[in-house]
Design a protein around this ligand. Structure first.
Ligand code: ADP
Ligand code: TPP
Ligand code: MG
Length: 330
């Protein structure tokens, strides 16, 4: 029998999503359905963005590394990043907790405090949620985030050959921090910062609407790794992305990542490290990135016509890295 472990995430969704096709086309209010960072639904006077993302103890965090607060920050940030990656502003969060009854109440309260910190920072209050008991050992936290779109959504499918690919936020730091934890490397000096960013990442959520207002053709957040997520944009847009190795090394791999992991592993994390929740945008070539409000955008590549060489290349060469996939590990 075919199991989830036999397919990757994309193949699983390709099998599951057709089940919903008979419902959706009859609903003209669904402006963007499954397949992007978030869905967009028409609402009186505008449109609402909706997305959901969950985390599971043992798979997405370990209790010996993460506090409840860390988990709350991380799951909230992963949702807010998806809202921002549509060009939207977060407006509210719903929180679902499934937990082994053995879970300390204090952990659940600490989780809420972490979620509340992100909610407060981005002005998206917690609107409600659900609590449910789970089997021994299981703790699962899922957030649904809503957002408001000041203008049209920025889709994964809008990139055009000639666009500049730019990143707002860091790359590889969360993945580098995970490597420090998994390999039990000393958590001193620059390694401490990487670990902190892994346990409780941040996202430049204000920069999603900024990019949208600047005319970005496509946006995505880095949850599974730059190459994987840029690849999703490239596939959806029918183009390819050529990343600039020098820019990635200078702006992202150099410094703490290289000090902790060495240059070779640092660039691997920049290309493939997940859970960073920075934003990647494809902008018209004439865009003055320096003039964009808020956090800086750094050019890291170009959108090029789709060719035979794979959807994402670095200096024209397909990189030998793998992003995160929950199922297709084999
Ligand atoms: N079980 C599911 N049923 C319906 N749609 C799903 C399901 N899982 C994921 N999707 C949709 O598939 C797309 C890809 O999901 P995912 O990779 O989790 O997005 P992201 O990395 O932005 O969080 C999203 O549009 C998401 O809403
Ligand atoms: C114990 C542990 N092992 C591995 C990881 C690494 N990890 C888990 S999920 C993930 C990628 C992103 O998660 P996902 O839920 O797929 O986010 P989405 O793409 O849906 O936004 C990574 C890099 C981790 N955080 N903790
Ligand atoms: Mg996303």
């Amino acid at each position: 029998m075919e199991r989830l472990r036999d397919v990757d995430e994309a193949a699983l969704l390709a099998r599951v999503l057709p089940a919903y096709d008979r419902v959706r086309p009859r609903h003209a209010d669904v402006l963007v359905g499954p397949g992007d960072d978030a869905a967009v639904v028409a609402a009186p006077g505008g449109s609402v963005v909706a997305t959901t993302d969950g985390m599971v103890r043992g798979q997405d965090w370990r209790d010996e590394w993460s506090s409840g607060h860390d988990v709350g920050v991380k799951v909230a940030v992963s949702n807010v990043a998806d809202v921002a990656a549509m060009g939207a502003v977060p407006t509210g969060l719903l929180v679902s907790l499934v937990a082994d009854p053995d879970l300390p109440v204090a952990w659940a309260v600490d989780l809420a405090a972490g979620i509340a910190d992100v909610a407060a920072e981005c002005g998206a209050p917690v609107l409600g949620g659900d609590v449910s008991s789970g089997p021994p050992g299981v703790v699962s936290v899922t957030i649904t985030a809503l957002g408001a779109l000041p203008g049209p959504p920025v889709l994964r499918s809008g990139a055009r050959a000639g666009d500049v690919v730019a990143v707002c936020g860091t790359l590889g730091r969360s993945g580098g921090g995970l490597a420090v934890l998994l390999e039990d490397l000393p958590r001193t000096g620059p390694a401490a910062g990487l670990v902190a960013d892994h346990l409780a990442p941040r996202t430049p959520w204000r920069s999603g609407p900024v990019a949208a207002a600047a005319g970005a053709h496509a946006l995505v957040d880095v949850s599974d790794g730059l190459v994987t997520d840029a690849g999703r944009v490239a596939r959806a847009s029918g183009v390819a992305v050529d990343l600039d190795g020098d820019a990635l090394r200078a702006h992202h791999a150099a410094g703490p990542l290289t000090e902790v992991l060495g240059a070779g592993r640092a660039i691997e994390q920049v290309l493939a490290g997940g859970e960073e929740h920075s934003l990647v945008g494809c902008f018209p070539a004439a865009t003055d990135l320096v003039a964009l409000a808020g956090e800086p955008w750094v050019a890291v590549g170009r959108v090029v016509p789709a060719g035979p060489d794979g959807v994402v290349t670095v200096d024209g060469v397909v990189p030998d890295v793998r992003g995160w996939d929950h199922f297709g590990a084999g």
